[in-house]
Write a protein that binds this ligand. Sequence first.
Ligand SMILES: Cc1cc2nc3c(=O)[nH]c(=O)nc-3n(C[C@H](O)[C@H](O)[C@H](O)COP(=O)(O)O)c2cc1C
Length: 168
Amino acid sequence: MQTPIDSSQFRRIMSRFATGVTVVTTRSGQEVHGLTCNAFCSISLNPCTVMVSVAKDARSWPLIEESRLFAVNVLSEDQTAISDRFAGRHRDKDDDRFEGIEWTTAVTGAPILEGTQGYLDCRVTRTFDGGTHTLFLGEVVGLNLDDSRPPLVFYGSRYMGVDSLKPL
Ligand SMILES: Cc1cc2nc3c(=O)[nH]c(=O)nc-3n(C[C@H](O)[C@H](O)[C@H](O)COP(=O)(O)O)c2cc1C
């Protein structure tokens, strides 16, 4: 018989895997929403395709399902408050997560946040059932980079900057 997996150990191991932090935004009709997401990766270059994993009970999920579009906003070091807000940690801002935040649109109409390191505007090409989550693959149809901004890192369940990182 297989030994049961200790999920707290699983969480601890996953927390050692340093990631960036993104806010995945979407729009369906006039409704816009978004969530903080670090289950994000590059899938292919030709065509440029990325994947985001979104919980089926997240409010953005039905909007992405309907509209088949999303934007990945890659956060900068000074955007921890934005990350917290889009992770639902600012209760007073949970009805309208965009209140007081500057944003524009690019190709798909998904919100593009100001002050990020860059964005990838995507149309959904495929979805995969991941149990509690859906894996959305998106082809990049618009993008922009501001490489003057340092990245926001998530490591050990905390936000980090990259000042003390050293090239090996
Ligand atoms: C650093 C960080 C990373 C997260 N990554 C994901 C993720 O990859 N996928 C996901 O579904 N939720 C992720 N979450 C949780 C969602 O951001 C959070 O549940 C959010 O409130 C969902 O939006 P909703 O409240 O509108 O449903 C993450 C939260 C944090 C703080």
